[in-house]
Design a protein. Structure first.
Length: 301
C-alpha cells in the first residue's frame, strides 16, 4: 500500500480558514484530550498485562513440559537402594536426557517457603525427589510407571501434566482478556470522541449553514472537524502513553520471590508497541469523527 505523504502533510498542516469552523477551546477539546490520554494509559497497562501473561504461559509451557519428578517414599534403610534402582531404570529409559536425585539442601529450599528456613530435612520422613529432564519426543510415561511399580514400589512419577495444563490455560486466557480489553478501550475511545464531535458539530450549525451559502462543500467542512479531533486524539494519546510507559518502567523488575506480579511490563523490542498506540488512537478518532461529521452534515438542512 503506497502512502501519499503530500496528502498526509496537507492533513497535518490543515487549512486556516477551515479550522475556524471547529472551536479551538471548550469542553469538546478537553473531553477529547482527556479521553484519549486516559484510554491510552489504560491500553498500555492492558498491553503490558497481555505480554506478561504471554511470557508466563510460554515459560510454563516450555520449561515444565520438558521436566518431570519422581517421588520415592520408602523406609530410611531402603531409601538409598530404591533411589539407586530408580536412577538405573531412568538410565535405560528412552527419551530421558538426564536424571539426578536432589540434594538435602535443594529439597530444603523447596520446602522453605512453607515451613521456614530451619526445617530439619535430615530428621524428617521426607520423600526423596528425582529430577528428570526429557529429550526429543520425551519418554513413555505409562511404560515408565509400570517399570517403577514393578522394581521400585515406593516411586511415583509426576510429569506435571495434571497442574501444568490448567496454569498454561489460565495464563493464555488472561492474555486474551488483555487483548479484549484493548479492543474495548478502542471502542470506548471512539464512542467518546463521537460524542465530542457531535457536540462540536451541533454547536456550529449556524457556521456550517453560512459556509454552505458561500459555496463550501460538506467534505471541506467535515475535513476541518476530522483534522482537529484527530490531532487532539493523537496529542492526548501520546501524553497518556508516555505517562503509562514511565509508570510501567518504574514497576519492580521480575523476581522469583514476587512471581508474576513483579514481571508486569515490556521486555526489549516490546517497548516499540508503545509507539503504535498514539497513531491507533488517531486512526480511531479519524474514523469516528468522519462518520459523525458525515451523518450530522447529511441530516443538517
Amino acid at each position: 500500500m503506497k502512502v501519499d505523504f503530500t496528502r498526509v502533510t496537507e492533513f497535518i498542516v490543515g487549512d486556516t480558514q477551515a479550522d475556524r469552523v471547529v472551536p479551538p477551546t471548550g469542553f469538546t477539546a478537553s473531553l477529547t484530550l482527556f479521553s484519549a490520554a486516559a484510554m491510552a494509559f489504560l491500553a498500555v497497562f492492558a498491553l503490558a498485562l497481555s505480554m506478561a501473561t504471554g511470557r508466563l504461559a510460554d515459560r510454563w509451557g516450555s520449561e515444565l513440559a520438558r521436566s518431570s519428578t519422581i517421588r520415592i517414599s520408602a523406609p530410611e534403610g531402603q531409601m538409598a537402594a530404591q533411589t539407586a534402582a530408580t536412577l538405573k531404570i531412568l538410565e535405560t529409559t528412552k527419551g530421558v536426557a538426564s536424571a539426578r536425585a536432589l540434594e538435602p539442601d535443594e529439597q530444603r529450599a523447596l520446602l522453605e517457603p512453607w515451613f521456614g528456613p530451619d526445617l530439619p530435612v535430615d530428621t524428617l520422613p521426607i520423600p526423596q525427589l528425582i529430577e528428570v529432564i526429557e529429550e526429543g519426543e520425551g519418554f513413555d510415561a505409562g511404560g515408565l510407571r509400570l517399570r517403577l511399580a514393578a522394581d521400585v514400589p515406593g516411586a511415583v512419577l509426576d510429569d506435571h501434566t495434571r497442574w501444568r495444563r490448567p496454569l498454561v490455560s489460565a495464563a493464555t486466557r488472561l492474555r486474551m482478556l488483555g487483548y479484549i480489553s484493548i479492543l474495548l478501550i478502542g471502542a470506548a475511545t471512539a464512542a467518546m470522541i463521537t460524542l465530542a464531535a457531535n457536540a462540536a458539530l451541533a454547536a456550529n450549525t449556524q457556521v456550517i449553514g453560512v459556509l454552505r451559502l458561500v459555496g463550501a462543500r460538506d467534505t471541506y467542512i467535515a475535513q476541518a472537524f476530522v483534522r482537529r479531533f484527530t490531532l487532539r486524539a493523537l496529542t492526548g494519546a501520546a501524553v497518556g502513553t508516555a505517562l503509562a510507559g514511565l509508570a510501567v518502567f518504574l514497576l519492580p523488575a521480575a523476581q522469583d520471590e514476587g512471581g508474576f506480579l513483579t514481571g508486569l511490563g515490556f521486555r526489549g523490542w516490546q517497548w516499540v508497541w508503545l509507539l503504535v498506540i498514539p497513531p491507533l488512537a488517531a486512526g480511531v478518532a479519524f474514523s469516528a469523527t468522519q462518520a459523525a461529521a458525515r451523518k450530522t452534515l447529511k441530516d443538517t438542512p
